[in-house]
Design a protein. Structure first.
Length: 85
């Protein structure tokens, strides 16, 4: 049985942000919370891409629990290529 609550580390431009979430939340809510915490309001969340440590782009519509993240998981949030800022 997986844990219901998660704290994920999302790195935006080299700065880590701890985002509290739960296994049943869609991953796009993690992106939204990380952007709010980092005060990145210049680009809508649709202009961002979330990757794991291997560089794989994550599906933001999947649930957090679908990925089996661990406490030491780091996710990387960057503006999509070709999107100006």
């Amino acid at each position: 049985m997986s844990r219901n609550k998660e704290t994920l580390t999302v790195i935006i431009t080299g700065v880590p942000y701890e985002v509290d979430t739960n296994d049943n939340a869609p991953l796009h809510t993690v992106v939204q919370k990380a952007l709010q915490q980092s005060n990145n309001t210049g680009q809508p969340k649709e202009n961002w891409v979330l990757r794991d440590e291997q560089g794989t782009i994550l599906d933001l519509e999947k649930k957090v629990g679908d990925y089996g993240f661990t406490d030491d998981t780091k996710l990387f949030l960057n503006v999509k290529e070709g999107v100006g800022g």
